[in-house]
Design a binder for this molecule. Sequence first.
Ligand code: NDP
Ligand code: MG
Length: 386
Amino acid sequence: NEVRTITILGSTGSIGCNTLSLVEDNPQAWRVLALTAHSNVDLLAEQAKRVGAQLAVIADPAKFAALKDALAGSDVRAAAGPDALLEAAELPADWVMAAIVGAAGLKPTMKAIERGAIIGLANKECLVCAGDLVMKAVQTHGATLLPVDSEHNAIFQVFDFARPEGVSKIILTASGGPFRTHPLASLQDVTPQQAVKHPNWAMGAKISVDSASMMNKGLELIEAYHLFPLAEDRIEILIHPQSVIHSMVAFVDGSVLAQLGSPDMRTPIAYSLAWPARMKAPVKPLDLAEIARLDFEVPDLVRFPALRMARDALRAGGSSPTILNAANEIAVAAFLEKRIGFLDITSIVEECLSAMPSVDLGCLDDVYEIDSRARAQAASCVNALV
Ligand code: NDP
Ligand code: MG
């Protein structure tokens, strides 16, 4: 029963707060080294003082003075800016939760990978924009990547890594989000408020909008492709509105194994924290009698073009997933700011993908270059609409 050290990248977010609460419930098992946030100084400082972290990093350099003030009189060291974020990832924590949202999480996550840490990966955009390079680095540096995303965590729990040839396909379940049955004619006019109101899960704003457009499932398709040794055509997407089955693995003998649970991220987070053991998590036990029924349907690619675009981008390979992700981040932010309509999100992503043909990504600098070009392209699409 050794104490393990942990760093949480993105500790002030939805995944970050859930992770910290599980860690704080088990003070005998964990010691916190570093916590990071983007701009939420007050929460970051409060968390860091509460758990006695060594280092608190605010990514926005303009917030450094405020963080220093908030931490005055404590033993927590304050730091700010992109290099400090990397420094947090480089501290020798045994375990790192990668819970920054978006491609902004790529660099710090890579730093943790490069020192061979155990990493709980919530930040799916990392694998979408640089999957081949990330997985190669995991191999080279002997890091351990534990999927936190509920679908991938479910598959990780039931996938037979010892006999991968026995697996015939994986089935990613999707709730279908808040607009699964919304009239198509008024989808363009839904508000950010409606989009972030997920029927089953409480999550950060960006992933909630991604769930509404089902781009989230598209990103998860690409994420699954990198995490599990299966070709793209062996990864299926199935709508399951209750979000009770978190995903399934089908085997060549006809068996299908599923992982079930209440829709609560503390379960997959706890699984990754305790892996390969299990730990208690304060989650409502699954009551199947109360749920009574589980429904399934084939996703509608007309309603949810993001699914088709993500699969095409994965097939095209190279820089296409990077472009898809970057354009989506810009479009989602513009939608949240009420600058564009809901359907404009996927139109912009599609426009960027056709404007920027796929090229090979040899190194991370190639990723950053394509990422920033796609962001500029998407920003000009946004400006053309407003
Ligand atoms: P939130 O928006 O709730 O939190 C994001 C975190 O990242 C915050 O700590 C935020 O700081 C920080 N952050 C944001 N932008 C930057 C930046 N540019 N540089 C450094 N830090 C930044 O997101 P979620 O917790 O919902 O999601 C985190 C990741 O986990 C995403 O990739 C998401 O797809 C994935 N995920 C989330 C699930 C969920 O249930 N929430 C489920 C499955 C996957 P600040 O608070 O200061 O803004
Ligand atoms: Mg998910």
